[in-house]
Design a protein around this ligand. Structure first.
Ligand code: NIG
Ligand code: FE
Length: 417
């Protein structure tokens, strides 16, 4: 593979710094290089600096490389999406209409739609059909500058289909340019066949599903939907502790629809991140800051459900490391656009343009334990790079709702543009 030499970038965002979640003022520190340049070789960043610095070091080798002129353009690390439900079957556009006609998300789910509808369609799909449908979504992520994606199971809710979803993600992680990081989410809902026998389902999840998933090494994280009418905080805790004992790191869908002690539980069980948090209590946010739990905020979901977004500004100010994500799923957020999510982080949560970019790169990488490889452009990290059709990072957030991606490299290989 030929090296790639990107030079003359109007702004090169490196995000060099502490290899951990950025909080408070550190969320505004982009480590920008004006007239920046990066040399990628063997899939990794070999050198990064000003164009004149890299010219001095690499001019003699210029013939060997694909040289990319980034004059007038912004260059950033590949975006990271730390929370998706990307590997699902089917589609739910009729529910979109039903919500516009007045039904709520939970009403639709309790009537057998929502997560249950996608569970039926995912159970029916073959592994190859799921690979094919998920590939299209991953291609769309790449086209929006996203080079690393977390993906959850949770549309199987039985051992066989949960494993099928996780195997689909394993196959795609191996065959698709995107790094796909797997999360087991058998705790996404109580399947309809266990209605009224919730504890029995949790027994199956804890005693059969989790050990099998851990044994086959099919997931890194274990997530649960802690919500009124889904799993109580006590049930969620049992599921998360059982996973933790098997080496699966806890994550929680917390306080999305109702305030339910999810943020507090995230701090208590040592979750790597808590997701949604629209209705998180002030005390829960304080406990998350204290315990170092990353807040993974999903402003596109709030918009799509026509709810007020999470209090992102207050969370950053309280010292919580904030990451952002699409929540890509067929019900509450059918989008693959992390650029739109960055725009919304600014517009509906009052993050600054710099904070939104940190939340979509290094903090997102930390939320899925990928910070050693991705999330910033530093020597030795993966050559995951996006070149944008704007000249600075403020413009990226200001010209909203537009895909400004010009080209994308994954591990030094050009995959878009
Ligand atoms: O994160 N809240 C629960 N799970 C997903 C939605 C899943 C669905 O509606 O299919 C979410 O919003
Ligand atoms: Fe989700």
């Amino acid at each position: 593979m030929r090296p790639v030499w990107i030079k003359n970038a109007a702004q090169l965002v490196t995000l060099a710094g502490e290899n951990g979640p950025r909080r408070k003022e550190a969320m505004s520190d982009l480590q920008l290089i004006e007239d920046g340049s990066v040399w990628i070789e063997n899939g990794e960043v070999l050198a990064i600096g000003s164009t004149s610095e890299l010219e001095a070091a690499f001019e003699a080798r210029a013939q060997e490389a694909d040289v990319v002129d980034a004059t007038g353009r912004l260059v950033t690390p590949g975006l990271v999406d730390p929370h998706t439900h990307v590997a699902y079957g089917g589609s739910r556009e009729r529910e979109f209409e039903m919500r516009l006609e007045g039904s709520t998300y939970m009403e639709i789910m309790n009537a057998g739609g929502g997560i249950h509808a996608t569970t039926r369609m995912t159970r029916e799909a073959t592994e190859n059909e799921l690979v094919e449908q998920t590939t299209r979504r991953l291609d769309s992520f790449l086209a929006h500058g996203v080079t690393t994606v977390e993906g959850k199971s949770g549309y199987g809710l039985d051992l066989e289909t949960e494993l099928k979803q996780l195997r689909v993600m394993k196959r795609l992680n191996e065959s698709h340019p995107i790094d796909l990081v797997p999360t087991f989410m058998g705790g996404h809902a109580v399947p309809q066949e266990y209605k009224g026998r919730e504890e029995e389902y949790i027994d199956v999840l804890v005693n059969e599903m989790l050990p099998k998933v851990a044994d086959e090494g099919l997931a890194v994280f274990n997530d649960v939907f802690c919500e009124v009418g889904v799993f109580t905080p006590e049930q969620a805790e049992r599921i998360l502790i059982a996973g933790k004992e098997l080496g699966l790191i806890p994550k929680i869908h917390a306080d999305e629809i109702k305030s339910y002690g999810g943020a507090e539980l995230a701090a208590k069980v040592g979750a790597i991140s808590a997701e949604h948090l629209l209705k998180a209590s002030d005390e829960g946010v304080r406990l998350m800051a204290e315990a170092g739990v990353i807040a993974c905020l999903l402003p596109a979901t709030a918009l799509y459900l026509r709810e007020d977004a999470a209090k992102g500004r207050a969370m950053v100010d309280a010292g919580v490391a904030v990451a952002i994500s699409t929540d890509c799923n067929p019900g509450s957020s059918p989008t693959t656009s992390m650029p739109l999510v960055m725009n919304l982080a600014c517009i509906s949560m009052r993050l600054t343009p710099a904070e939104a970019l940190v939340a979509a790169t290094i903090n997102a990488a930390c939320a899925i334990n990928m910070q050693d490889k991705v999330g910033s452009l530093e020597v030795g990290k993966q050559g995951d790079v996006v070149m944008w059709n704007v000249s600075n990072y403020q413009e990226l957030q200001y010209l909203f709702g537009v895909n400004h991606v010009h080209s994308v490299w994954k591990k030094g290989l050009q995959v878009v543009g």
